[in-house]
Design a protein around this ligand. Structure first.
Ligand code: MN
Ligand code: MN
Ligand code: MN
Length: 281
């Protein structure tokens, strides 16, 4: 099997969402990893894009403006990447603001639930860890660890934050079609992030892809983080079958949170058409 070798990473996070690194620190990593192209795809926020563009000036690395949107499709939560978006497009900004209101409200509700476990001001503590108010469950997991209620992230989800547990609060994210429309309106390309992570049956995954494509979606993340070669080959096959472009990213969140480093994901199989094929880079 042949692989396409190009130093590109189209999925990572900064401390503007749940990553550990500042845009400047992320840039230093990108230089160390000899990346040529890097997309920042923080969860439901555009806040890190301008700082990263600034940090990348004179680095020789091309920065792609991106985002990772949490969306609803039927009863599932799906992550959608928007690549090459214009971060100043009004409809996208409005969507992001609405998502964040939902995120903050959920965080307040999680905080209220955690009071029952004896943790006070969990929301404030999570915000202190994150450095911003748009906190997600990983930040609450860190609070639970700090308070000594659980030994690690995994048990925080297993005992408190995961679906069906005492501090689980469902969120109503934007619908997948609306999210794709906003991405396309912002001149971006929509990509289904880590498609093998949703535990969908093959039939359901195909149904998701059909809905996604009909709404204007263009790509699948064929390589994501430490995905297995078998899963990558299956996703590459789906790209061919549904005439979709292939994306690749490490989903890097920081050295202590991620198993593989920035830009260290496996290359794309050569039978894929890369999403950057038509980019002016
Ligand atoms: Mn994340
Ligand atoms: Mn994700
Ligand atoms: Mn991600």
């Amino acid at each position: 099997m042949l692989f396409l070798v190009i130093m590109i990473d189209l999925h990572c996070h900064s401390y503007f969402s749940d990553g550990e690194l500042s845009p400047v620190a992320l840039m230093n990593k990108a230089v160390d990893s000899r990346l040529r192209i890097l997309a920042l795809t923080d969860h439901d926020t555009l806040a890190g894009l301008a700082p990263l563009q600034d940090a990348a000036r004179h680095s020789g690395i091309t920065i792609i403006n991106g985002i990772e949107l949490s969306v609803c499709w039927k009863k599932y939560y799906i992550h959608l990447l928007g690549l090459n978006i214009n971060p100043e497009e009004a409809e996208l900004i409005a969507l992001v603001n609405a998502q964040n209101q939902g995120r903050i409200q959920r965080a307040l509700n999680i905080s209220a639930c955690l009071k029952g476990a004896g943790i006070h001001d969990a929301y404030q503590k999570a915000c202190d860890i994150a450095g911003h108010e748009r906190v997600g469950r990983p930040h609450f997991a860190q609070v639970l660890i700090n308070e000594g209620l659980v030994p690690d992230m995994k048990s925080a989800f297993k005992r408190f934050l995961g679906q069906g547990k005492s501090a689980y609060v469902p969120t109503v994210w934007v619908g997948i079609e609306n999210a794709i429309t906003a991405i396309v309106k912002a001149s971006g390309q929509a990509v289904i992030a880590h498609p093998s992570k949703y535990a969908l049956t093959r039939t359901k995954l195909h149904e998701l892809i059909r809905t996604f494509k009909a709404a204007g979606g263009e790509g699948l993340e064929v390589v994501s983080g430490d995905i297995t070669v078998a899963d990558t080959m299956e996703l590459a096959g789906l790209c061919t079958r549904f005439d979709l472009l292939a994306s690749t990213g490490s989903d890097y969140h920081g050295d202590s949170l991620s198993r593989i480093g920035l830009g260290h994901q496996r290359p794309l199989p050569v039978n894929c058409t890369p999403i950057w094929d038509q980019w002016n880079i």
